[in-house]
Design a protein around this ligand. Structure first.
Ligand code: AMP
Length: 425
């Protein structure tokens, strides 16, 4: 089978890497891909948001399966357009992608479905929002409703910080149109986990658990990013908890969509807070998480192409997934300055040496210039290793990263620290 993967980040590299190793797959093409993906797929320079360009590419290449990686083309309706022309697509239609594209829609659907989640209100008026914040007090969470690349959430420790964030978002300063509506939420306390599901109609196939680190700095401090590292499985997600998340979060939300006549084919990602009152949904995404996808693909032993095609064709029932029993841990290397501004086109050397030290190096924001790999985005590499324990996987990755020759590259030194602490107990 020939598969087209849409996207060009670390998630898409991990998907292409795994698809290339899937017995059912004979050819992987990726649009636009990146220099790392070139090792696993034929890359074609059509941007992931160039919907017309991607349609033209699909018509020329005639893939038997299209896997849409990022949220933007899903929210823009690429899935609908491809399905209209008869392609098998893994990735939801625009109506279902609203679960990620609009946090206010997601929260309203959660309320309707009875999914446990933080108490919330949606506002587009700054004065009303400020009154609510003063009433609820801090800590309190402020979210831009629209897509903001994982950066539109402020967990405010003071009322002043929350009010400033709301005014900034509603004035359109920080996230443009995505911030024209804000969701204000009660601040939940607990450990976070990512619970991903392959969904096709009523059939929901859970992936193994994972946990990512969204904050920029060690100890989960500093601003939120798209993700600085991840590992799988996450020991905090016991089999019992996984079952609760499936039954109280994933199934009801898919059923609530169906009630609105919205089908779902693709990855449902539930960001979950494990609170003292049980798991509560923080957010939904409609695609694989990045970086979580990287350790998940390294652990997955099943034929990914076969499972995604089955989902795309509505015959997921009965599918099972097999996992490497070991832990996979991924550390993201970012450009210094990310999630703010940073200098591009710095040469990155030593990539082969990092891989030779027992890791898989996935590329995200890289480009090729004058024969060198250079940084071209905020999150640049994801370095993943398998180990018998989180501590062991962590040790392999950090030892390998010593071989990376990119002085300006930044990475956290403590990915997986909660699980490591658990292991020490
Ligand atoms: P989201 O994009 O909605 O998942 O939010 C990004 C991050 O903000 C989450 O991974 C949490 O760390 C944090 N966050 C979001 N909502 C809440 C909440 N209600 N309480 C505490 N932390 C939250």
């Amino acid at each position: 089978m020939k598969v087209l993967v849409v996207g060009g980040g670390g998630r898409e590299h991990a998907l292409c890497w795994k698809l290339k190793r899937s017995p059912s797959v004979t050819e992987v093409i990726c649009a636009p891909g990146n220099p790392g993906i070139e090792h696993d797929a034929r890359c074609i320079r059509v941007g992931a948001e160039d919907i017309d360009g991607l349609m033209a590419l699909a018509r020329t290449e005639r893939p038997e399966l299209v896997v849409i990686g990022p949220e933007a083309p899903l929210v823009a309706g690429l899935g609908d357009r491809l399905r209209d022309e008869g392609f098998s697509v893994y990735g939801p239609d625009q109506a279902a992608a609203k679960l990620e594209g609009s946090k206010s829609f997601a929260k309203e659907l959660m309320a309707e479905a009875g999914v446990p989640t933080a108490r919330f209100e949606v506002h587009d008026d700054a004065d009303a929002a400020e009154a609510l914040i003063r009433n609820w007090g801090a800590p309190i969470v402020v979210k831009a409703s629209g897509l903001a690349a994982g950066k539109g959430v402020v967990v405010a420790q003071s009322v002043d910080e929350a009010v400033a964030a709301v005014r900034d978002m509603l004035a359109g300063n920080r996230f443009g149109e995505a911030g024209s509506e804000v969701v204000i939420e009660e601040c939940l306390v607990g450990e976070e986990a990512s619970c991903l599901f392959i969904v096709s109609g009523d059939d929901i196939l859970p992936l193994d658990s994972s946990q990512d680190h969204k904050a920029l700095l060690d100890g989960d401090k500093g601003p939120n990013t798209g993700g600085m590292g991840a590992y799988s499985p996450a020991p905090c997600v016991t089999p019992d908890i996984a079952e609760v998340v499936l039954e109280t979060i994933a199934r009801p939300i898919v059923a609530a969509l169906k009630k609105r006549r919205i089908g779902f084919i693709g990855t449902l990602y539930a960001g979950v807070m494990l609170t003292a009152d049980g798991p509560k949904a923080l957010e939904f995404n409609v695609r694989f998480g990045d970086p979580e996808c990287q350790p998940l693909m390294v652990r997955l032993q099943s034929d990914l192409g076969r499972v995604l095609l089955a989902a795309a064709e509505g015959r997921l029932a009965g599918s099972e997934l097999e996992w490497d029993a070991r832990v996979a841990l991924c550390v993201v290397v970012a450009s210094d300055g990310y999630p703010g501004s940073f200098i591009k086109n710095q040469p990155i050397l030593g990539l082969d040496a990092v891989a030779d030290a027992g890791t898989v190096v996935f590329h995200a924001g890289t480009a090729r210039q004058d024969g060198n790999i250079v940084n071209a985005g905020g999150r640049v590499l994801g370095v993943t290793a398998l180990g018998a324990t989180v501590s062991k996987a962590q040790r392999i990755v950090y030892a390998a990263l010593k071989r990376l020759d990119w002085p300006e590259g930044y990475y956290r030194r403590d990915i997986g620290y909660r699980a490591v602490a658990r292991e020490r107990q």
